[in-house]
Design a protein around this ligand. Structure first.
Ligand SMILES: [Zn+2]
Length: 568
């Protein structure tokens, strides 16, 4: 739990004189009360600021958390520090009742699990943990419970890991759903619990479900910010906060392609670290992050105006998601922006979001689903949300099975290879994928078309296939055998210094160093980045450098060796 000092915050406001004449005293008091009791304040201000003061808007959006742009207003949250900085700009605003405190006509929770099958309630935190445990214990052949970490307040970050035993997980594309990274956005929380239940109950019964569970390595996390959702205590989601227990918006806390490691100025939170670790350990092919506050499918990028390499693919799968919903719900649901879909940046820019992190740093394809205009609807509405969305949710999972896939192997030994799969004149901003080092399998969803695809691995001769054809909603298999590069092997046999692994994510070791050696690392434009003397095999961490190609010169016993270093 958290404790905030009301007196201190009041003093702060008095000190900075931040009650402007235009701003009512009751608004200020309301803000102070929210900050002291909840650690965050919910407010809105006119959307015109984006046009009138674009630079100011760009700046303030780094320390307040923009939630939605709708009906002529920008809706936002802030912690005490962020709100104080916002007030310095004198922007007229209106403090709003937090969505999780709006009146509800019936209890939020049920006391026994008998009504589980109705999925029309918000579980208590212990009920949630029990449900997740029961999925694994009731279906041990299909479902494992994975704890990827604990939160600031010691709650669990849980995944249902669903896969049949038909093949090894690494021979299948990994798919991830995660919800409620904003603790007060609870629709996806219930839908994901129900989706787990649906997949497990219908395996071997429903051919679509059976095929998904047999073909995918499925990871589902219903609750990514349990400290936020249960901010008022384990017994109820009423009073949930957007932020985590440290007052940080977790969906602004990830490394950002445009702004680097800490775009929000906060250190990586325990929740963020746990998700980053999971994403490093498992190559997710397709994923989604579920929110509420609007009704739209939001595809990357959020941080950049420029489009992804796969913009046409994103429009296709986003359109499919929304159109399928509209087929089964014609009431105008999920029709915001372009009839239910939007490029993220075109809607409003966010930085530090998990979507862009997954796409840029992890070579995944992730979009953001905004499932309800009401942030925390009455739980009796959950079956309606399920009926509108479940076909789309299942269909989106299938996207990981389409496009190019295959196995990359050594042409002599047949052993699986870790290789880069790059679509020429197409891939940009890390949209390329890598094969798994254990299975050699790669998965590359892509819009239907004809492509030239290059396969490369350290120590092997690069191979390019021209005119590979992909079709929408279909799979194209291309297995690849790479020939060892004889020159590369000779270099190693002579025990000359070499860099391993290369390409890497930053942690490399220089091997074969004998005697005093000098290493120098240059950027491609010739800027010296580091210079160092070493005596023996030497490990170094370059993960702080931007992704790209560098040149390393190793001077060793009068000889000079020049090598490329590739960071991805
Ligand atoms: Zn959200």
């Amino acid at each position: 739990m958290r404790s905030f000092c009301l007196i201190g915050i009041l003093f702060f406001f008095l000190l900075t004189g931040q009650t402007t004449e235009a701003q009512s005293f009751s608004d200020s008091l309301n803000a102070q009360t929210q900050l002291s009791q909840r650690g965050e304040v919910y407010f809105r201000f006119p959307v015109q600021i984006i046009e009138n003061q674009p630079v100011v808007f760009e700046f303030i959006s780094r320390f307040i958390s923009i939630d939605a742009k709708k009906g002529g207003f920008i809706y936002a949250y802030a912690n005490a520090t962020g709100f104080r900085r916002f007030l310095e700009y004198g922007i007229h605003h209106e403090v709003l009742t937090p969505p999780s405190l709006l009146l509800h006509t019936r209890p939020w929770t049920v006391s026994n699990l008998k009504s589980t099958n109705d999925w029309n309630y918000y579980p208590t935190y212990p009920q949630y943990v029990t449900l997740m445990q029961q999925f694994a214990s009731n279906y041990p052949q299909l479902c494992a419970l994975d704890t990827i970490g604990t939160t600031t307040d010691g709650r669990l970050l849980l995944f249902a890991h669903i896969r049949s035993s038909k093949s090894l997980p690494k021979e299948r594309p990994s798919f991830m759903y995660t919800s409620t990274i904003h603790g007060d956005e609870t629709v996806g929380y219930v839908l994901m619990l129900r989706l787990i239940d649906y997949l497990l109950k219908n395996y071997g019964v429903d051919p679509t479900v059976t095929d998904l569970v047999d073909s995918l390595d499925i990871w589902i996390n219903p609750l990514a910010n349990p400290d936020g959702t249960y901010a008022s205590g384990d017994a109820s989601v009423s009073g949930a906060t957007r932020y985590n227990a440290n007052g940080v918006d977790l969906n602004r806390n990830f490394p950002d392609p445009a702004l680097g490691d800490h775009p929000d100025g906060h250190s990586w939170q325990p929740e963020t670290k746990a998700f980053m670790k999971l994403a490093e350990q498992h190559q997710f092919v397709v994923s989604a992050n579920l929110h509420t506050g609007s009704e739209v499918v939001n595809y990357p990028w959020d941080t950049w105006q420029r489009r992804t390499a796969d913009d046409d693919w994103w429009q296709l799968v986003s359109r499919q998601y929304a159109d399928t919903v509209h087929t089964y719900n014609s009431s105008g649901y999920l029709t915001n922006l372009d009839n239910g879909i939007s490029d993220g940046y075109d809607w409003y820019r966010i930085t530090g979001g998990r979507q862009d992190y997954m796409n840029y740093y992890r070579h995944d394809r992730e979009f953001t689903l905004e499932l309800s205009a009401v942030k925390m609807p009455d739980p009796v509405e959950m079956p309606g949300f399920w009926n509108s969305n479940y076909r789309s949710l299942l269909n989106y999972m299938r996207q990981a099975l389409y496009g190019f896939r295959g196995e990359v192997t050594d042409s002599l030994s047949g052993k699986p290879l870790y290789a880069r799969v790059f679509i020429l004149a197409h891939d940009v901003d890390n949209s390329d994928v890598y094969s798994d080092s254990v299975s050699g399998c790669y998965f590359r969803p892509v819009k239907g078309g004809t492509y030239d695809v290059t396969y490369s691995a350290d120590g092997y001769v690069t191979k390019t296939y021209s005119g590979l054809v992909a079709r929408d909603g279909h799979l194209t298999v291309q297995n690849v055998a790479l020939k060892p590069d004889v020159n590369w092997i000779t270099g190693h046999e002579k025990n000359k210094p070499f860099i391993y692994p290369n390409p890497s994510r930053g942690k490399i070791t220089l091997k074969g160093i004998t005697g005093m050696s000098t290493i120098k690392l240059y950027s491609l434009s010739g800027v010296l980045i580091l210079s160092k003397n070493i005596m023996e095999d030497h490990s170094m961490d370059l993960s702080g450098l931007p992704r790209g190609t560098y040149i390393m010169i190793i001077e060793n016993e009068g000889t000079q060796r020049i090598q490329k270093v590739v960071l991805y």
